[in-house]
Design a protein around this ligand. Structure first.
Ligand code: ADP
Length: 402
């Protein structure tokens, strides 16, 4: 059983039931039969059966093994053993969508290990961590209410579905996001060892390096908790947060990176700014992502004036937070896809940073906006609630929409 490059631990231990599929035969079938995604008529019974059973089941994680009917086998021979017939048409279309690089999600019953079918949410996404372009993951979540019975929670369910379909993406993003603090831990520890090997070790220097190691370690832990929180469908754990302090923390994390790239930083906090009502760790992650993207944009390009501004002010009882750079700005074509998961223009980028930022800010009932002109930099902004009461306040400020 091959698990590709997706961390074996992450795949097998994840609480979400996941099945890894190989769609090579499906791709051939779609090409041979010229099956389009949009035309309903093409999906007759024969086509649906062939598509559903063309997917090879490579691997099931333990969560999947515990809920899916396996009839004593390590894995089912075919998908039609798991997906009931009446769901197969939608599912087959989902497979074709996946081959076109899209994700899909649907609800329906799944055949369970104990014989009773259960209502489930099913989502599929490409496993970008493997080098096999046709390997995909299907995630199955048991629903705790019968299908279609719970309209009152429909928005929560939709939000959950969106997050579940991001789960595979989040698994990929953990390595992306945690890499930076881990890199900083190793660099600081190496520097500390060098200082200690001097004839007269400079203990003050070593102390400050150890402090940096502690801060980076905490940050890595916080990132993992935030990602776990999103995967669990946790609402942001809001608390009262001083925005100036939060920005200071983000700057502390990125200070050495900004210095290395010779970027001048301006922090402008409006006087008497009220505290925000937010999930501290999540919003810290957004600020760090935006600042780090801005820093990269300015050092990649021809920006001769490398200036980064972080601003916070109050507008209509909300806090407006902006991160503005003097980099090359965002190309109009790039702009359309900027917040898509895995969209990146960087050779070693993963394209998860802005997708995560958007998901966090939307979970805070707000919207992330971009203003940008070619060669004149980019400005990302969003609003934050200012107190427990503001939770139910009107929709996010969108005056900055470009
Ligand atoms: P990654 O940093 O891994 O590429 P992101 O989702 O954070 O992923 O960013 C997606 C893309 O958005 C980047 O590859 C880049 O093209 C563009 N981008 C993000 N921030 C900026 C910025 N401040 N200026 C110009 N382009 C940006």
């Amino acid at each position: 059983m091959e698990s590709g490059n997706l961390s074996r631990g992450a795949f097998s231990l994840a609480p979400l039931a996941m099945v890894r599929l190989d769609l090579r035969k499906t791709r051939d079938l779609v090409a041979d039969w010229s099956i389009p995604l949009e035309s309903d008529r093409s999906y007759d019974h024969a086509c649906v059966c062939a598509l559903t059973n063309s997917a090879d089941i490579l691997d099931l994680n333990s969560a999947a093994q515990s809920i899916i009917a396996l009839d004593g086998k390590a894995r089912p021979d075919r998908l039609s053993h798991i997906i009931p017939e009446k769901l197969q048409k939608t599912f087959a279309k989902g497979l074709v969508a996946l081959l076109q690089g899209k994700s899909f999600s649907m609800e329906g019953t799944v055949k369970s290990a104990d014989g009773a079918d259960f209502p489930a949410h099913i989502a599929g996404w490409t496993d970008i961590q493997t080098h096999e372009r046709d390997q995909i993951i299907i995630g199955i979540t048991k629903l705790d209410h019968p299908l279609g019975s719970n309209n009152t929670d429909i928005l929560a369910d939709l939000a959950h579905a969106a997050r579940i379909s991001m789960l595979g993406e989040m698994t990929a993003s953990i390595s992306h996001e945690v890499n930076q603090p881990l890199g900083s831990i190793v660099t600081s520890a190496e520097a500390g060892l060098r200082w200690l090997s001097h004839d007269k070790p400079d203990l003050e220097e070593v102390r400050s390096l150890l402090e940096r190691i502690v801060a980076s370690g905490r940050r890595a832990g916080n990132i993992i908790s935030a990602l776990k929180g999103l995967a669990r469908n946790a609402k942001p754990e809001r608390e009262t947060v001083d925005i100036a302090g939060l920005i200071d923390e983000a700057v502390l994390i990125l200070r050495s990176d900004l210095n290395r790239r010779q970027i001048g930083l301006r922090v402008e906090i409006a006087p008497d700014l009220p505290p925000a009502w937010i999930d501290r760790t999540q919003v810290l992650q957004v600020i760090v992502n935006l600042v780090s993207n801005a820093a990269q944009a300015m050092s990649d390009g021809q920006a001769w004036n490398r200036t980064l501004a972080i601003r916070a002010r109050e507008n209509r009882q909300k806090i407006v937070l902006e991160v503005e750079d003097s980099g090359p700005g965002v190309d109009p074509q790039v702009r359309e896809r900027l917040f898509e998961s895995f969209y990146t223009t960087k050779p070693t980028g993963i394209g998860m940073g802005l997708a995560i930022c958007r998901s966090i800010i939307e979970a805070h009932d707000s919207k992330i906006e971009l203003q940008s002109s070619p060669y004149l930099g980019a400005r990302f902004s969003f609003t934050l609630a200012t107190g427990p009461d503001a939770d139910t306040a009107a929709s996010p400020d969108s005056t900055d929409a470009a």
